[in-house]
Write a new protein. Structure first.
Length: 83
């Protein structure tokens, strides 16, 4: 997560860690069937920075086995730590 209010960015428009956790929520409360499932998560619309995260998860023996997230990114800043 990134928070940079001094640069006009209160928070990240997309949250990969939350997308991964969502797979667990879906498995627990929606009880999806066996096999692979794909979702597209849209975030950041209200803040003017629309983002999409692709979520893929696999259910095996009624348990969450694999979770993958992906998408595209745009470099908006670079930095270097000098020691």
């Amino acid at each position: 997560r990134m928070f940079a209010p001094g640069m006009g960015m209160a928070e990240d428009p997309a949250t990969g860690s939350a997308a991964v956790a969502l797979a667990g929520v879906i498995q627990r409360f929606d009880s999806p069937g066996e096999g692979s499932h794909n979702c597209t998560i849209e975030q950041g619309l209200e803040m003017g920075r629309p983002s999409e995260i692709m979520l893929e998860f696999e259910i095996q023996n009624r348990k969450l086995r694999n979770v993958r997230i992906g998408g595209h990114a745009v470099v908006v800043m670079r930095g270097e730590v000098l020691t």
